[in-house]
Ligand binder design. Structure first.
Ligand code: SF4
Length: 89
């Protein structure tokens, strides 16, 4: 399941650097997680890295984005291969 940032976000950006998939970016009002890039950190870490970095507990699971472990790992592989392809000359 992808995670999302709720309205408690105070725009401190503490979570951005902790995301191995570059899924977190500044939105119009608060920071946002791209569900197409969030893998719950699977493939890199056992636990989501952004949750403990948030000082106001604004990062939560998104019930509208339920995914299996296999789906999340497949997403991680797709993101990694997109990075490799974009790095080719
Ligand atoms: Fe990024 Fe991991 Fe947080 Fe998802 S759970 S937004 S992959 S740091």
């Amino acid at each position: 399941m992808a995670l999302k940032i709720n309205e408690d976000c105070i725009n401190c950006a503490a979570c951005v650097e902790d995301c191995p998939n570059q899924a977190i970016s500044e939105g119009p009002d608060i920071y946002m997680i791209d569900p197409e890039r969030c893998t719950e950190c699977l493939g890199y870490h056992d636990e989501p890295q952004c949750i403990p970095s948030c000082g106001v507990d604004a990062i939560i699971p998104d019930p509208d984005r339920r995914e299996t472990r296999d789906e999340l790992l497949a997403k991680k592989e797709r993101i990694a291969s997109d990075v490799l392809m974009s790095a080719k000359p």
